[in-house]
Design a protein around this ligand. Sequence first.
Ligand code: LMR
Length: 396
Amino acid sequence: MFQNIEPAPADPILGLTEAFNADTRANKINLGVGVYKSNEGVTPVLDCVTEAQKQILATEKTKAYKPMAGDPAYGKAVQALMFGSDHEVVTSGRAATAHTPGGTGALRVAGEYITSQHPDATLWVSDPTWANHGNIFSAAGLKTKSYPYFDKASNSLDFDAMINAIKQIPAGDAILLHGCCHNPTGVDPSDEQWSQIADVVAERGILPLLDFAYQGFGQGLTEDSQGLLALARPGSELLVCSSFSKNFGLYNERTGSLTLVAANKENAQAAFSHVKAVIRRSYSNPPAHGGAIVTTILNDAALKTQWVQELTDMRNRINTMRSLFVSTLSAKGIDQDFSFITRQQGMFSFSGLNKDHVQALKEKHAVYIVGSGRINVAGMTEANMDALCEAIKDVL
Ligand code: LMR
C-alpha cells in the first residue's frame, strides 16, 4: 500500500509554513498563512479567552460527547452574533446551526450536504478564491466552476463581470460568496452591490453559500455582516460557514459553524437532519473546548465587551500595518503605486507580485508569501517592515 507512492504536492498555504519552519535563516519572515501576529510578532491568546477558559475549567463536570451538531447554546450564540438575536431568521426557527471543526469543517460538511441531496448541482466560486476551496469541494464530490471577481488592472472588484456571470448561473446551482474580507484579494462588494447580488440569486433560485471567516476584521462586527443580512431576506435559503479562528484567535481549537437557513422551520429541520448525517459519518460530533469558549464569551456582557475591544485592536493594528507598508514602499523609492493596498480589507493584501517575485522573495530574502502574491498583512510588524520592503524593492 505504501510503495511507489508519489508525494502529494505541497499545500500552497500550509506547505509554505512547513518550508518556513525548515528555513534556518535568522531573519526569515512568514507572511503566508492567515494568522494574526501582535506587533511583537506573537499570536496571542486573547485575554477574554484566558478568562473564559478559567471559568470553564472551574465549572466543567463532564467530557461526555456533545450532540452531533454541538451544544445548542453555541448555535444560539453564533446565530445572534451573525444575524442579531431579534432577526426573523432566528426567531422563526428557520435557521439551524452545527458546531464544526473550524471553517474548513463547515465548508466540507456544506459541500457534502449539497452533493448528498443535489448531486447535479454545481458550486460557483470566485476567481480567485481561497486555495483550499477547490480541494474541499472536490473531496466532497461537488463540481465547481468559477465566476469573475477581481480586475487586475485596477486592483478592484470587477462587479459588472461578476453580476453578469451570476445572471447566467442555472437555477438549482450554488454560489460561494466570501461574507467579508475576501480571501485572497481583500476586495469586497459594497452594501449596494451586496443587495444587487442578493436580488439576482433570489430571482434565479441559486443557493448562496457564504464563507464567513473574518467577521470583525473588515470594518466591524455589524458592518461586516451586511452581505449576510442582504441574503437573509424573508423566505430565502442560505448556508453560512463561519470560523472563530481569526476573530477569537482560536486557530488550534478548530471552532467554526455551519448555519442552514431554510424557507421555514419544517424545511430547516428536514434539511438539517442530513447535515447531522454528514457529520456523523465524518467526525461524529465536534470537539467541545473552543465552542465552550465562544459561548462563554458571547453570553457574558463583560467578556463580550472585552472581546469586541480586543478584536478592534487587532483590526486597527492590521490597518496601521497596511498604511505603514504602503508608505515604506514609497519611501524606498519604488515607482509602482501600491496605494490600493490601503483600500483592501481583512488580513490579506493581494499585492500584484508575480510568481517570480514570490520565488525570489523566498530564495533570496527568506520572505514567505503565497504564490498568488497574497501577503498576510497581519504578520507584518514595525520590526520586520523595513527588511520586508527592502526585499520587495530588490525583487521588483
Ligand atoms: C489562510 O487562508 O491562510 C487561512 O485561512 C488559513 C488556512 O487554513 O489556509
